[in-house]
Design a protein around this ligand. Structure first.
Ligand code: TYM
Length: 370
């Protein structure tokens, strides 16, 4: 891989992602200002993640809105591969999904793929992945989804419901398609080869079109699902993609649950957050204070600023003044980090409380096989 290249697949993200190039590579569409305005109009409210291009790409979002305006509802679907605790990056599509549920008043399905992570990670047992499925479900519930309109699907638990749908899908995907899409080799275990059929299954769980808010790394699965949908007489899933939040340690990689130092988990204590940000957050500042005051910092590469932009500072005016102060040298790197630490810890204090409450709510959310 050359220095300016990058890799984005569901199991591997590497390099500094050029999102314009990625849109071309994946064959998705950028969210234009016209579409962004249209979503705002139909939803009746703006969302900062749309306004700032955190959600930057889509497949057939216009069809979903056309149908909705004719009175035909869609449903929402997203998921998590439970390989560890939830991190801030995972929350991006879920926070946006929660907003969509609220604004469009639609059903939501959340898939926990305990099987996928068992297949994909040599060191994880099924007990491990099912333990993390429970932990991740708490984070999802903590975001405030409506229990009467939201169901959590756990693959090993709900296989009875998923399997007949997955079988329809699997029959239409051949090995050369999955191999080309995911780069599988002869050494890839056959659980992985079949898996895409299971991630596709919830797309067809209701007899309505589905809209999937998700990180762009997961798009390849649904490219296959969209190809086969007409062959099984179903509507193609529509997608709306978010960018990948970078690792704390810099723009060269996404935040990943397996990289402790580069990751802020929802379960982190305030002193851990403080330590991680101060020690690891990649800075766009100058090497010393004098130079920083003179030359200013670069917020566009500064990870702390990016976290504020992507997630933690929804107020545009506040964000703008942080941007300008940092760029002019008025705000020092340590001060910028302090702003972020406070924002994250305020968010996590509330989230962790709701996460505790979710323990007594989880039963209401679990999908029951019919
Ligand atoms: P997983 O567990 O890798 O990720 C869960 C969701 O979080 C997104 N994501 C990120 N978004 C921004 N920045 C990051 N650094 C970051 N890391 C992960 C992912 O794109 C995903 O939306 N196979 C899936 C689970 C799944 C799923 C789905 C995901 C099952 N059905 C339907 C999306 C839609 C997985 O392992 O996701």
């Amino acid at each position: 891989m050359s220095a300016d290249d990058f890799i984005v697949t569901p199991w591997h993200v590497e390099g500094d992602i050029d999102y314009d190039k990625l849109v071309k590579r994946f064959g998705t569409e950028k969210i234009s200002s016209v579409l962004s305005e249209r979503i705002k109009k139909v939803a009746g409210e703006d969302h900062f993640m749309l306004r700032r291009g955190i959600f930057f790409s889509h497949r057939e979002m216009n069809r979903i809105l056309d149908d909705y305006e004719k009175g035909n509802k869609f449903f929402l679907y997203t998921g998590r591969g439970p390989s560890g605790h939830t991190h801030i990056g995972h929350l991006i599509p879920w926070v946006f999904a929660k907003w969509l549920q609220e604004k469009f008043d639609v059903n939501m399905y959340f898939q926990l793929t305990d099987d996928e992570k068992f297949y994909a990670k040599p060191n994880l047992t099924l007990e491990d992945t099912s333990k993390f499925a429970y932990e991740n479900a708490l984070d999802f519930i903590a975001l405030g989804f409506k229990p009467e309109k939201t169901k959590i699907i756990i693959n090993t638990r709900n296989i009875q419901t998923l399997y007949p749908i997955a079988a329809q899908v699997a029959k239409k995907i051949n090995f050369s398609n999955t191999k080309a899409t995911f780069g599988f080799t002869n050494e890839t275990n056959i659980g992985m080869i079949f898996y895409t059929a299971l991630q596709s299954a919830p797309c067809f769980i209701e007899d309505k079109p589905v809209l999937i808010p998700l990180g762009v790394d997961q798009d390849p699965h649904f490219r296959l699902t969209r190809d086969i949908a007409p062959k099984i007489g179903k509507p193609k899933p529509a997608l709306i993609h978010n960018i990948m939040i970078p690792s704390l340690e810099g723009p060269g990689g996404k935040m990943s649950a397996s990289d402790e130092n580069g990751t802020v988990y929802t379960t982190d204590a305030p002193n851990i957050v403080k330590k991680k940000i101060n020690k690891y957050a990649f800075s766009g500042g100058q090497p010393d204070i004098e130079e920083h005051r003179k030359l200013g910092g670069n917020p566009d590469i500064d990870v702390s600023f990016q976290y504020l932009r992507i997630f933690f500072e929804p107020d545009d005016n506040k964000l703008k003044s942080i941007y300008e102060d940092y760029k002019s040298g008025k705000l020092l790197s340590g001060e910028l980090k302090a702003i972020l630490i406070e924002k994250i810890n305020d968010f996590l204090a509330v989230h962790q409380e709701k996460r505790e409450k979710a323990k007594s709510q989880i039963d209401q959310f679990l999908f029951e096989n019919k």
